[in-house]
Design a binder for this molecule. Structure first.
Ligand SMILES: *[C@@H]1O[C@H](CO)[C@@H](O)[C@H](O)[C@H]1NC(C)=O
Ligand SMILES: *[C@@H]1O[C@H](CO)[C@@H](O)[C@H](O)[C@H]1NC(C)=O
Ligand SMILES: *[C@@H]1O[C@H](CO)[C@@H](O)[C@H](O)[C@H]1NC(C)=O
Ligand SMILES: *[C@@H]1O[C@H](CO)[C@@H](O)[C@H](O)[C@H]1NC(C)=O
Length: 477
């Protein structure tokens, strides 16, 4: 008798847990690479980003979000562990935090520990030793991370130049069917993400799917039709295209990575300040914008699949980037600095409650928007938030939105603490018409090997440049 009751209770308990798990929200975490806030929803009048703008129109949009360091591996490691670079001890690409800093629990690892199936597509963690050559699998992910095979050709001589020969160019707008494999990395990643969403829809358990797109990171290897959206005669230079006379030398980075590309080498640009010829600057900006539209289309494909599978009703969507990029502002073509064009990122949270209201009015939430067949896009931002915020806050925010416990704030010294956060819950900022908090602070840092720009500037030893930003600094009331 007791045994039966006991058994029944256990069965009931299992059923309850199953229901609870079933009703939990999924998470779709999308991260672009080197994407600054050149998006329609951030007020950029040149770029065409209809799918991300459509997502923004149903999301909480942070207008002033900042990365903690404007380079991929430190920023990603910081965001995904919710610790600052000084606690991950990673300012470059050369160490794994679990070995060199502390055994920190990551955002996907936390979801995995709470019963989620966690999956990674493309560039989420920085590859290589920074994530132990496995994207932190198996700690962070339920299944081995996926990488698009065509990425192996990214830096190869695959760009047809004006001479008809193949080069390893910076500007690399291609005929996709002529590329090895007949595809490009972000197209492959979008395909894989759609496949995993289908699997997630079929399988009852909640999922955390991270999708990392490689563009608009250099080289601009993109389908060449996207250039048509940006006729050269309509392109303009950066508003401040020259290196300021009084710029402290330590603030400047000499963009050594783009100098290595074949087409830039041919220009014989002088070191360290350049400049790059004006006509080439226009083409460079054209290619960056085209790369953004290309990524936007891949985001659109993933979101429309989410929608078609009925998952937009119970999936939180986060969209962000690891940091920005200077598109010729103050003579720079790089991340690697503390200028706001390099540290500021897009940051959107779609939470189904917000979307549902819209979904009741419209048949679908995220229909694919074809940038080539629509000339005008007007999307209102559902909710724009002006407060200055930081990427270390993504972890506690996503946890809170999904109904998980927010990790405790980190103590001053937290190397021994596996789970804690240096960020805050940004959902507290979601309240409509919240007053701007002029005390809000973002903290970005960048190491320099010396006081002056160095050709081999990769071995970034100390000389920390620190920048604080507050809401009050950026905009008059
Ligand atoms: C680090 O954390 C993981 C996951 O909690 C655990 O499996 C592993 O044993 C830990 N490693 C060390 C060295 O503490
Ligand atoms: C890193 O990867 C190596 C090789 O696969 C493995 O032996 C090692 O345990 C991993 N490090 C950690 C901290 O898990
Ligand atoms: C792209 O390449 C394929 C294969 O070489 C060719 O058939 C096609 O015409 C090319 N497309 C364009 C727009 O040039
Ligand atoms: C490249 O530029 C430098 C000056 O910046 C000049 O001295 C040199 O002759 C140039 N080389 C070529 C091949 O144009």
């Amino acid at each position: 008798m007791w045994l039966t009751v006991h058994k029944c209770l256990i069965v009931l308990l299992h059923a309850l847990v199953a229901v609870a798990i079933k009703e939990r929200q999924n998470v779709l975490f999308i991260i672009a690479d080197d994407l600054r806030t050149s998006l329609g929803c951030y007020g950029d009048a040149t770029v065409k980003s209809p799918n991300i703008d459509q997502l923004a129109s149903k999301s909480h949009v942070f207008l002033k979000a900042f990365a903690q360091q404007a380079v991929c591996a430190p920023s990603r490691t910081s965001m995904l562990t919710s610790r600052r670079p000084d606690t991950t001890r990673l300012y470059d690409f050369k160490s794994y935090w679990r070995v060199h800093a502390g055994n920190y629990t990551t955002l996907p690892q936390y979801f995995k520990s709470q019963g989620y199936t966690t999956m990674s597509v493309g560039k989420v963690f920085h590859p290589g030793i920074a994530s132990n050559h496995t994207d932190d699998y198996p700690y962070s992910w339920s299944i081995p991370p996926y990488h698009p095979a065509s990425f192996n050709f990214e830096k190869k001589k695959v760009c047809k130049g004006e001479d008809g020969r193949l080069h390893a160019n910076l500007l690399c707008a291609v005929n996709v069917s002529e590329q090895p494999g007949g595809t490009l990395p972000d197209m492959e990643s979008a395909d894989e993400a759609v496949r995993l969403l289908k699997r997630g829809a079929a399988d009852g358990s909640p999922f955390f799917l991270a999708v990392g797109f490689h563009k608009p990171h250099i080289p601009f290897r993109i389908p060449r039709e996207y250039l048509r959206l940006y006729p050269l005669e309509q392109m303009t230079l950066a508003p401040d295209p020259d290196v300021p006379k009084r710029l402290p030398a330590v603030a400047y980075n000499p963009w050594t990575d783009i100098r290595k590309r074949d087409d830039i080498q041919k220009l014989n640009v002088s070191f360290p300040y350049g400049p790059i010829p004006k006509d080439f600057q226009l083409r460079l900006r054209q290619h960056y914008y085209a790369a953004v539209s290309y990524v936007d289309a891949q985001v659109g494909r993933v979101l429309s699949a989410l929608d078609a599978l009925g998952l937009a009703r119970n999936t939180i969507v986060v969209f962000t980037s690891d940091h920005g990029w200077s598109l010729g502002e103050h003579g720079e073509w790089a991340k690697y600095s503390n200028f706001d064009v390099a540290t500021q990122v897009p940051l959107l949270f779609y939470v189904p409650e917000v979307g549902e209201t819209y979904a009741r009015l419209k048949a679908s939430t995220f229909p694919f928007v074809d940038v080539f067949s629509r000339s005008e896009f007007i999307f209102e931002t559902a909710e724009a938030i002006e407060n200055v915020v930081e990427l270390v806050s993504v972890f506690p925010t996503v946890a809170q939105l999904a109904g998980l416990k927010i990790p405790a704030p980190c103590p001053d010294v937290s190397f021994q603490v596996e789970l804690c956060t240096d960020g805050m819950d940004l959902a507290l900022e979601f309240k409509p018409k919240k007053k701007i908090n002029r005390e809000a602070l973002a903290f970005s840092q960048y190491p320099r090997p010396a006081d002056t720009p160095q050709a081999g500037g990769v071995q970034m030893r100390m000389k920390l440049q620190l920048v604080y930003l507050t809401a009050g600094l950026k905009k008059a009331p």
